[in-house]
Design a protein around this ligand. Structure first.
Ligand SMILES: [Zn+2]
Ligand SMILES: [Zn+2]
Length: 93
């Protein structure tokens, strides 16, 4: 289960997110579970990756309220609790 402050990435599209609010759901991207990134070591690889200018776009799960910040954005679809995560700021219909 994701914990606040942890970072996860997708092995397929290389999307990377940081957990802002914990939820009970499992973070999924490109149809598979995102992988936990250890705080040290592997992070070195990411320093050259392009980061979002404003610190990342927040996405939230409407089911478990898990919230993440997209650190390295790709075209991959973020999912949690079996549904797409919603980009925060947009008005939910
Ligand atoms: Zn992905
Ligand atoms: Zn969820």
């Amino acid at each position: 289960m994701a914990k606040k402050g942890q970072t996860y990435f997708c092995e397929i599209c290389r999307q990377k997110v940081a957990v802002i609010e914990e939820g009970f759901g499992v973070l999924v991207c490109c149809g598979q579970e995102m992988k936990f990134v250890a705080p040290k070591g592997m992070m070195e690889t990411w320093t050259t990756a392009h980061h979002a200018p404003d610190g990342g776009v927040p996405y939230v799960c409407k089911v478990c309220k898990q919230k993440v910040r997209v650190v390295a954005e790709t075209t991959g679809i973020l999912e949690c609790c079996g549904q797409k995560m919603v980009r925060e700021g947009k008005i939910a219909l």
